[in-house]
Design a protein around this ligand. Sequence first.
Ligand code: SF4
Ligand SMILES: [Zn+2]
Ligand SMILES: [Zn+2]
Length: 303
Amino acid sequence: MYCKCGREGFYLRRHSGEILCKRCFTRSIEKTVFKTIRRERLFEPNDRIMIALSGGKDSLTLLYILSKCKYEIFAVTIDEGVSGYREEGISISKSITEKLGIKHYIFTFKEFYGYSLEELYNLALSKGIDLLGCTFCGILRRRLLNSAAIKLGATKVATGHNLDDEAQTVFINLMRGDVSRLMRLGTKPPRHREGFVPRVKPLRYIPEKEIAIYAHLMGFPLYERECPYVRASLRDEVRDLLNQIENRHPGTKFAMVRAADKLSQLLEDRIGEIKYCIKCSSPSSKEVCRACQVLMMLGINFY
Ligand code: SF4
Ligand SMILES: [Zn+2]
Ligand SMILES: [Zn+2]
């Protein structure tokens, strides 16, 4: 098996049938990211781009590839406050940003919300509320990321969401009948929302497996610890299901994400008026945004 450049093949891209050597593989990943940025006009020349850097393979790949471009970039890591888990990601993030000469900032749940994730977990338990898992944590992290972006003067926030994440989200939104959220997927938000720094996803068309291989070839350190607050979720079930289907029908994840893209293009002018949370003024599809709902439920007076 040989790559089209004549070198020995290393990877068979099943959905396209291509055989790639290591060099062509890494180039093809970078090319896809650059193409996505160009085609979808993710960045303007004057953008100040904040990269959400967890220290995992996706965000490291994003940081590394964007560092090859001429954009003004810096990185932010959110420290949720999970001892024995987050330190590893923070130290990986620090060392890679240092190596690449990219400014790196850390924002903590504790400073922003007054509670670490551990403390929030205990608070929820004491109130008999079951709020564990990444969904709840992710809602609070997004709020903090946006606030960090505003504070640091970012004009865009780039996240490491990959094709698998996006296909799972399409599936979950369909399962929940949440058409409006389905329409808001994409590499960038369909419209500007006051008080919200637009989030873009340059890795949206790269499968998770290929990012893992790219990260390995680039020698990025592996983030091995498991967060104690992760728990089995609907997303895990959807991930397993989609992997099984993809195995038997290569290209399914691409097709799902593209279908969602087409749908949101077709329905673009049907996106209703943007509403704002009555508590915090963040853009929200409901009267009170999800972050405020969580904080209110826990009795945290954030404002
Ligand atoms: S793994 Fe999930 S619960 Fe743990 S810090 Fe990350 S998002 Fe939060
Ligand atoms: Zn090759
Ligand atoms: Zn709110």
